[in-house]
Structures are given as C-alpha cells and as structure tokens.
Design a protein around this ligand. Sequence first.
Ligand code: DP6
Length: 326
Amino acid sequence: MKATAKAHTNIALIKYWGKRDEQLFLPTNSSLSVTLDKFYTETSVHFSPDFHADRFILNDQQADPKEMEKITTFLDRIRNLSGKSLYATIDSKNYVPTAAGFASSASGFAALAAAATKAIGLDVDYRQLSQIARQGSGSASRSIYGGYVEWQKGEKADGSDCYALPIISEQDWDIRVLSVEVTTKAKKVLSREGMKRTVETSPFYSGWLEAVEKDLITARDAIKEKDFEKLGHVVEANALKMHATTLGANPPFMYWQSATVEVMQEVEELRAAGIEAYFTIDAGPNVKVLCQPKDEHAVRDKLSLLTVVREIHHCRPGPGITYLPI
Ligand code: DP6
C-alpha cells in the first residue's frame, strides 16, 4: 500500500481570499491560477497494519507536532473515505523556495492527496482529488491540474460543488512568471490568519467580494483569448484589491515592505517604457512578475538592477500531478 506523487505549486492570478467554512475549506470567492513548472513537492505515502502512529518526514526531518496534527487530520479524511483505519508513513520533499514566498502547502497537499488516495486504494478522479486536496489547504485544490486553473467556490454547504477545473493546459499558452525575492524584515501574518481577520473585521471586504467575480470572468476570458494585456491588467488590479482589504482589518496589517513597492513601481516603469509586465503579490512581501517570453530577459535585466532584489526565479506554466514509481 505505497504510492508516490509529485505536484507543482501555483500562483493565484485571481486570489482566493476568505473562507465561508473553515473546517471544509470552502472559499467565499472563486479563484484562478497558473501552475508553475519550477517548484514542486514529491511525496511518498505508505499505509501499513504494522504502523502504530502516523509519521511525517519533511525534507528528511521529523515534522513538528503542529504540522503533524494538520497531516493527521488530513489523513483521517482519507481514512474515512476508504473505510480503512491504517496508519501511514509519509516522506515528503519540497522543491519550493519558501523564502520566495511560494506557499509549499499548495503543492504539498496536492501531492499528499494524490499519493495517499492511491496508496490506500481509493479510486478518485481529478475533481474528487481537488476536493480532497482543498481540505488540506485551499490553494492545493488548484495544483491538481497543470496550466491555467479555476477553483469554483460552489454554493453547497457540504462542499460537493467546490473544486477546481482546468481552463487551458500548460502547453496551450506560454507566459513567464518571474518570482522576485526581495530583502525582508519579515514578520509574517500567515495567509490563513490574514484572510480570517480580514473577513471578520475589514469593512473593505464587501468591496472585494463585489469585484472579484467580475475580475475572474475577465481573467478567464483573457486566458481563453490569450490576450496578455487584458490578463495582466486584471491580475494586477485584483492583487491590489486583495491587499487593500488588509488595511481595513482590525488590527490592520500589510504584506508589503518598502522593497515590495520598489519592485511594483519598477514594473510600472517597464510598462511606461513599452514592455508589458504586470505584478501580483500573495500573503508576503515578494512580487511575482508576469510577462511574455519575448520580454523575459528585458524584465529580468531591469529588475535585477534594484538593490532590494535578492534573486529572480524564472517560471513557466507547469504540469498537474503525476504518479512516480515507488
Ligand atoms: C493569498 O491556500 O495558503 O495565496 O486554505 O488557509 O491553507 P488555506 O490558505 P492558502 O491561501 C492562499 C492565499 C493566497 C491567494 C491564493 O493562493 O489564491
């Protein structure tokens, strides 16, 4: 009862920001992402009647109790679905530079969902896998698929209509995502905590909800039309709206640092100089810059001149989950 799976991380182009059900990880809004080729997690799961507890080894180290609790809760859902009460040993390797502000939880729970369901003998399709992965971390629901992906918020209280679906594949449209790592004086509000505080206290949250579904339709259309300018504009505007909600929270918080703003302004200058580049930012200070393949080097050359830029990782649209030999 063993299986190994690999899943890639994704960057939200239209953000998931807020839950309507925290236990089931049901979001208040639909979101849209592109899976990235460069960063991934590989996870092996082994269920056995010989095991007397779950074990989770992450990057060759035993996980801490808090991490272990999340994994056990997640495995319990899979055990319930399968009707088998076996413990598991999980061996996971993250090829995600967490310092670059990529949530390893997206690729992590997507890979774990794929490997654990296969190891325990559950016959699930991608839609069900997306629903299972979602219950480890919302953004993981999107990492099941490659390319451009939409996570539908659904309406039902049991989450049965809440899952991700592919829009077009990674081969269908080549864009570049430059992950720009900046120097930080990091004090972090985790995305889970940040979105909760915003939903509960920010008067700007209702404005977010009014705007986000419209942004999503624009982004989806832009992807289908392969209209880079249209996509870039809505992606950048959507990220700014998400971040605006945090300023209205109580207590207020902000993911940006001065270095973040420097990169954002440089992207604006690139556009003023005729190069189409757009930014997006998740729950941290680093910036992801979208551009077309023809402009990749010009964008990198300009951004790398900034003293606050530590490293730039170049990504392309990447694949969905794959199963590996055990
Ligand atoms: C800003 O998926 O990390 O990156 O569901 O609580 O695990 P949980 O949150 P998570 O939140 C991601 C928030 C975001 C936007 C996005 O990826 O859509």
